[in-house]
Design a protein around this ligand. Sequence first.
Ligand SMILES: Cc1cc2nc3c(=O)[nH]c(=O)nc-3n(C[C@H](O)[C@H](O)[C@H](O)COP(=O)(O)OP(=O)(O)OC[C@H]3O[C@@H](n4cnc5c(N)ncnc54)[C@H](O)[C@@H]3O)c2cc1C
Length: 326
Amino acid sequence: MMATDIKSDIPKQEKKRKYDVVILGSGPAGLTAAIYTARAKLQTLVISGNLPGGQLMTTSDVENFPGFPTSILGPELMMNIRQQAERFEAVVLDDIATQVDFKHEPFRILTTSTEFETDAVIVATGASPRKLGLKSEETFGGKGVSYCATCDGPFFKDKDLIVVGGGDSALEEAIFLTKFAKNVKLVHRRDKLRASRILQERAFDNPKIDFLWNSVITDISGDKKVHVVITQDVESNETRKFDVGGIFIAIGHDPNTQIFKGQLDMDDINYLKVRNHTYTSVEGVFAAGDVHDHRYRQAVTAAGFGCMAAIDVVKYLEEKHYKSTN
Ligand SMILES: Cc1cc2nc3c(=O)[nH]c(=O)nc-3n(C[C@H](O)[C@H](O)[C@H](O)COP(=O)(O)OP(=O)(O)OC[C@H]3O[C@@H](n4cnc5c(N)ncnc54)[C@H](O)[C@@H]3O)c2cc1C
């Protein structure tokens, strides 16, 4: 989409409220940012989006977020962070931002119910792991179906595992999982990999990894956890059954940036471009977490970026205020 003025496209809403800062997204990045901006006495609105609490709401045990020596459930962690932000009077609104105008100040954000104005924005809308689209994948989410080897690998000690995908991420995940698993079978829909040559060599050399080519996953089953994965050969239609302890889906992520097209600069895979850590292409609009970071993709790094963006917002608004009064 061209970078056009969409201001006139935003329908007039009756309700209109102004905040010092509006944070889009309520995952670890957005809610951590809210703790910092609200504690710094900025009127803070968090718009939580269609997944209040973010990706960790879809998982059970989180063992690598510092401060919880015996692990914590993802939803419990996110509820704690939300309460911490609300304690400092951040307003968390369960609504979805549908349109933004960052071309004029104050910035405008339209949700499904209200229009807001603000002097600063933190975009923390995250990224969604791509799914296979099977019903059984939903049923076993967090019960043997995973989208993150760094997060869940240690739960799969001595198991036979399947990794789905053919790019760098899939191979990195497969290689990492061999630290824990008995065996890793990489299932790929084509007859060759897209991954870099060096990763391919490492995977081919790893005695714990084998490959199933030209194949897709058609079903996942089990009782309380995954026990069986069914594959189908895309050429012969032959189906095969594998007894496994888990399946890692590594077919990519989609950053939640659709509503920023034409407003904020993005890279060729639609992640927000940042400079100077959290600054986007628009002065006053900052980015935090998985929406720009496709390297680390962890709750603690997202929270760290949220903190950084909030500190940058506080400084930005202080300077703006100073300039306007001197
Ligand atoms: C199943 C699973 C298990 C994981 N386990 C771990 C783990 O054990 N340890 C770990 O460190 N990491 C784990 N991760 C990764 C971790 O969850 C992410 O790195 C982290 O949540 C990213 O935080 P974020 O705040 O950037 O984005 P997200 O958590 O993705 O949150 C994005 C937020 O933006 C909101 N949003 C999106 N669009 C809009 C919109 N238009 N308007 C308003 N809001 C919007 C969403 O509703 C959501 O609240 C896991 C991920 C998954 C999927």
